[in-house]
Design a protein around this ligand. Structure first.
Ligand SMILES: Nc1ncnc2c1ncn2[C@@H]1O[C@H](COP(=O)(O)OP(=O)(O)O)[C@@H](O)[C@H]1O
Ligand SMILES: O=C(CO)[C@@H](O)[C@H](O)COP(=O)(O)O
Length: 501
């Protein structure tokens, strides 16, 4: 009989499920899209039931279409979009739509956190409070929806909700728990001090577990709903960037991951909890027990390109649009784009900044605009790499994952803009692969994630920087880098104008 582990990658645009055999070979992959609701500027919500249905349909399609037998599914684990707030009542029913990582309604609550705890907050959590994180969202609900807050008994993150529906057991792993900014990162416990200062009952915080910990078997009720077997074991899983790093083989400090998903991430493996970036970038527990990672986040990386495609080029296939953009000259005929279409996180923690096209000329066409969008997203990653440079952090290889890594052209652009070697995986599904690896280690197929990586992670093509392009991009980046400072006041004024309506 074949034996498989399934990695569930619960993304923002879709859930992607991957079944891997013991040798790390992909046996089947399915995905299922779900909607994102943005009812007001800065709001971003999803319905947790959509995640559950999407995941179940994805796994069922593997059984029905790809010939995977339910008895062959030995273990399942998760990679989840981080920070999103799922509130449950005393009967563990969902109280309101989930407020997602890219929702920026909580500027006031972030300010309140800094006013009350300041640097002490960064000491405890390793992070500054930013709009995307979970604690400010809890405080927002408490202040703005007191009737919902009164009923709230537990909070979970997106993938924890799906795991709960599968097993009937509540829990959260450390890698995702750091992203709530309620975890004391050095002690590895929920912070009593933060809970007390903000009057959050400790009982709302779910039990903590390691990513590779056993979380329960498929429950009888979920087996009935999904057709899965109750013999299948479920493991904790991790935040999508921790899982992406595992799946991308980022297991040493000399390697960096770049991920172009809905968000964009530049991530570095860190060996201990003491490295201090003073909240300039995020600091999180890794899915690998007792290790950490740091990362900077572009709020709208793939989302900017997706936005551009759907609004201005809806009928064209994604790959074709990108292919035509690759034929436009480097620098898109003098057009620069800043990807702040939903605000920004790193290096500018600014929920009210918005994107710009600078240098619009009547000779440019839509593919110049598309190319400028891709270049602008990649420049925003260079802004994050600069923070590592300023902190004296050295690395020589960038492993690229996410939907953006499907494009050869974008991978070469990353090498040219970063002036580093960029390596792709043979399969761009890094987070799903990381989640499957967590299940494989949980089941005892491998002693550690590092050992599993030797079998499961396969690097593909390498992209080396082309010196002529590096020089041109250096020149362009110097201009890009000024756009934030020069458009900030204008963007804030325009957003205030919208808010007056
Ligand atoms: N063929 C392609 N070439 C370049 N970028 C692509 C392509 N297909 C998708 N993308 C980008 O990848 C993004 C989705 O990445 P993905 O990792 O699947 O996101 P998430 O995990 O957040 O749901 C899209 O928004 C788009 O910008
Ligand atoms: O907010 C963060 C990390 O802090 C995001 O990276 C989310 O975790 C969403 O990821 P994708 O849907 O883009 O993969």
């Amino acid at each position: 009989m074949n034996e498989y582990v399934i990695g569930v990658d619960l993304g923002t645009s879709a859930v992607k499920v991957s079944a891997m055999d013991r040798s790390g070979k992909i046996a089947a992959q399915q995905s299922y899209d779900y909607p994102l609701s943005q009812p007001k500027p800065g709001y971003s919500e999803q319905n947790p039931q959509d995640w559950l249905y999407g995941t179940t349909i994805g796994i069922d399609r593997m059984i029905l279409k790809d010939g995977i037998k339910k008895e062959e599914i030995k273990g399942i684990s998760f990679s989840g979009q981080m920070h999103g707030l799922v509130l449950l009542d005393a009967d563990n029913q969902v109280l309101r739509p989930a407020i997602l990582w890219n929702d920026t309604r909580t500027t006031k609550q972030c300010q309140e956190i800094m006013d009350k705890l300041g640097d002490r907050f960064v000491d405890i959590t390793g992070n500054k409070p930013l709009e995307g994180f979970t604690l400010p969202k809890l405080l927002w609900v408490k202040e703005n929806e007191p009737e919902i807050w009164a009923k709230a008994k537990t909070f979970l993150l997106p993938k924890d909700y799906v795991r709960f529906c599968m097993t009937g057991n509540l829990g959260m792993d450390y890698s995702d728990a750091t992203g709530t900014v309620l975890l004391d990162i050095k002690q590895g416990q929920w912070s009593r001090e933060i809970c007390e200062v903000f009057d959050i009952p400790m009982s709302m915080c779910p039990p903590l577990m390691k990513s590779v910990d056993y979380a329960g078997n498929v429950s009888a009720s979920y087996a009935m709903f999904s057709g899965l077997s109750t013999a299948t074991k479920i493991y904790g899983g991790g935040g999508d960037n921790a899982c992406g790093a595992v799946g991308a083989g980022i297991l040493h400090p000399n390697m960096v991951m770049s991920s172009i998903g809905t968000s964009g991430v530049v991530l570095k493996y860190e060996e201990n909890a003491d490295v201090n970036y003073h909240g300039q970038i995020q600091y999180e527990c890794h899915a690998i027990p007792d290790t950490y990672y740091s990362m900077g986040v572009t709020l709208a990386a793939g989302h900017s390109l997706n936005w551009f495609k759907h609004k201005f080029d809806p009928d064209e296939d994604f790959s074709m649009m990108v292919e035509k953009a690759s034929q436009r000259p480097l620098g898109a005929n003098g057009l620069i784009f800043t990807p702040y279409v939903v605000g920004e996180r790193t290096p500018y923690a600014d929920a009210d900044i918005r994107g710009s096209f600078i240098g619009v000329d009547s000779m440019q066409d839509r593919y110049d605009f598309c190319r400028a969008v891709m270049e602008g997203i990649t420049f925003s990653f260079r802004d994050i790499l600069n923070i590592y440079d300023q902190n004296g952090q050295e690395f020589d290889t960038v492993v690229a994952i996410g939907g953006g890594a499907k494009s050869d052209f974008w991978l070469q652009m990353q090498a040219d803009i970063f002036n580093k070697k960029v390596v792709a995986l043979t399969n761009e599904q890094g987070p799903g692969l990381g989640a499957a690896m967590i299940a494989a280690v949980g089941l005892g197929w491998f002693e550690s994630l590092q050992n599993c990586a030797k079998e499961f992670v396969h690097f593909g093509k390498e992209y080396l920087p082309k010196p002529a392009n590096v020089a041109k991009y250096d020149e362009l980046y110097a201009i890009y880098h000024q756009v934030y400072g020069q458009t900030k006041d204008l963007c804030h004024a325009l957003l205030n104008f919208r808010r007056e309506d």
